[in-house]
Design a protein around this ligand. Structure first.
Ligand code: UTP
Length: 297
């Protein structure tokens, strides 16, 4: 019997420089898509996949994140007095069971690999998931749930993978494919941010992973890779050729890069249009806007 994946690491210790000046005082993960912060989408996806323990790797200035998952007795009392039961229900989705959530500090932003390594003692000797909250995925079946189901068949290590245009490959970790099995590929190699023209495929890794605890041991030994940061990709690549191996999983769904301004704006529009309470207004506004722009050309 394979170990179930019940722990997830949420690395949220990055500086978020692409969103300065906002991220000077607001953690990127608290920025909202419509009315829910990015982190709420990540938590909901993890819950749907059966995750029971939520480990945040944070840094200085991320206090708002810890407050977000806390109970808020004063606010709850006010809402109760006013009979706002619908809002109380919404607030409930932000509460975590006692002991289900843990925070680790990454004292220096030394890279994603280092952030994951900071959580090693809370993971122990079990497989675990990693979710990057700035990759938001709209999907009928949540992406991590798709991956957990596939992982139950394969075991090993699994990364979420997405086709990208060649011109964009140098912004991602890219898979060198050994065998293509459709929704899944087995992996021969992984290159972090390849020089343009040298990418081994157009299949890029995005922010969802299911990893063997051996990856944490590999991180112990890694000094630094591309860009002077400790890369998670390097530690995963060391699993290639072991009995566990590495698989890429082509998830079904649309991924938004909410770590970039353009991706964040696109996600805002897409999530707004998917909401019953907002669709009509937003659609009418966008249609008008496009018509005015066209007329002005
Ligand atoms: P990014 O590459 O998006 O970096 O990190 P960033 O600092 O968040 O944002 P920019 O590029 O400065 O705008 C991808 C994920 O890895 C986490 C980030 O919090 C984000 O979830 N991360 C990155 C860490 O936790 N620690 C690090 O040292 C680096």
């Amino acid at each position: 019997m394979r170990n179930k994946v019940t722990k997830a690491i949420f690395p949220v210790a990055g500086l978020g420089t692409r969103f300065l000046p906002a991220t000077k005082s607001v953690p990127k993960e608290i920025m909202t898509l419509v009315d829910r912060p990015l982190i709420q989408y990540a938590i909901d996806e993890a819950r749907a996949a059966g995750i029971k323990e939520f480990i945040f790797v944070t840094s200085r200035g991320k206090g708002a994140l810890e407050d977000y998952f806390d109970h808020s007795p004063q606010l709850e009392n006010e809402l109760r007095k006013k009979g706002k039961t619908d809002l109380l229900e919404i607030l409930k989705t932000t509460n975590m069971d006692s002991g289900a959530i843990a925070y680790m500090r990454q004292h220096k932003a030394l890279g994603l690999g280092h952030a994951v390594w900071c959580a090693r003692r809370l993971i122990g000797n079990e497989p675990f998931a990693v979710i990057l909250p700035d990759d938001v995925i709209a999907a009928e079946k949540p992406c991590l749930q798709q991956m957990v189901e596939a992982y139950e068949e394969t075991g090993g290590n699994m990364v979420a993978a997405m086709e990208v245009p060649a011109a964009k490959a140098s912004s991602y970790g890219v898979l060198d494919i050994k065998e293509d099995m459709g929704s899944m590929v087995s992996v021969n190699g992984m290159v972090e941010k390849p020089e343009p023209g040298t990418e081994p495929s157009n299949l890029a890794v995005i922010g969802r992973y299911i990893l063997s605890p051996h990856v944490l041991k590999n991180l112990n030994k890694i000094k630094s890779g591309a860009g002077g940061e400790i890369q998670l990709t390097d530690a995963i690549a060391q699993e290639i050729g072991t009995e566990r191996g590495v698989y890429g999983y082509r998830f079904r769904g649309q991924r938004f890069d909410c770590g970039s301004k353009s991706g964040f704006l696109q996600a805002t529009v897409a999530f707004g249009l998917s909401r019953d309470d907002l669709r009509d207004d937003l659609h009418a506004y966008l249609t008008d806007l496009m018509a005015t722009e066209k007329a002005a050309q």
